[in-house]
Design a protein around this ligand. Structure first.
Ligand SMILES: [Mg+2]
Length: 232
């Protein structure tokens, strides 16, 4: 059936995100090289992020606190204030980084909104996500912008109810199988997966069954033709 509403993810679907975290993680590994090798530093940082997720949520500020915690841990509290200050600076740089809309995305979103109402569903730090939405220049195209703290079935259900849309009338498109596809399919909606070259370790779905019938595309521009194809 033809959908009545399309949902789009933001980070690494509409604009680059993970690449900036990867760059900062590499700098962090370098910073900690007096105490641990690079692989161990990255591992410890991911472990801290995983541990802190429930308390701190997603986004740069949570990442910053996990970096600081990791520095204190691996250095057995030897790390000095100048180093901590450096980490804080990197976090600010991440927050202030100009938005890089992925190539072809603007045209693709315009193509979608010409046919269906399109909402943005993105998770993370509210202030940062708001500034990314504004900086993307795409905000005016969306019927609604939803910045949420977790993308679970309850969250999607609430958003769809707000728009008066049944899950089976909804298609969600994003790079994260865990956050964009699986919860929507669970509700009875449809998910389209557009993998990005980089996926955050905590978005990986090792051990989770990928639902049947999920389309995997390479570009956002392929979504409208897929949804309009008679065979679909
Ligand atoms: Mg994403």
């Amino acid at each position: 059936m033809t959908p009545r509403m399309i949902g789009l993810d933001g980070d690494d679907t509409l604009w680059e995100s993970e690449t900036h975290f990867v760059t900062t993680t590499a700098k962090m590994a370098d910073l900690l090289s007096d105490w641990v090798d690079s692989d161990a530093a990255v591992e410890r940082l991911i472990a801290a992020e995983r541990r802190n997720l429930k308390t701190l949520g997603y986004g740069v500020k949570a990442f910053a606190l996990s970096m600081i915690e990791t520095a204190i841990e691996v250095s057995a509290s030897e790390v000095d204030a100048t180093t901590i200050q450096q980490i804080v600076e990197w976090a600010k740089e991440l927050m202030d980084h100009p938005v890089e809309v992925i190539e072809g995305v603007r045209e693709a979103v315009e193509g979608l909104v010409a046919r269906w109402p399109v909402i943005l569903v993105t998770k993370g730090d509210l202030l940062h996500q708001e500034s990314k939405v504004a900086g993307s220049g795409l905000a005016d195209l969306f019927t609604g912008v939803h910045i949420v703290s977790e993308k679970d079935p309850q969250t999607y259900s609430r958003i769809l109810a707000e728009h008066g849309i049944e899950p089976r009338e909804f298609v969600m498109v994003g790079n994260s199988m865990r956050s964009d596809v699986i919860p929507v399919v669970e509700l009875g909606g449809r998910g389209i997966h557009i993998p990005h070259d980089l996926t955050w370790a905590l978005e990986e779905v090792d051990g989770i069954a990928v639902p049947e019938g999920v389309s995997e595309l390479r570009r956002l521009g392929e979504v409208a033709p897929l949804l309009e194809s008679p065979a679909d």
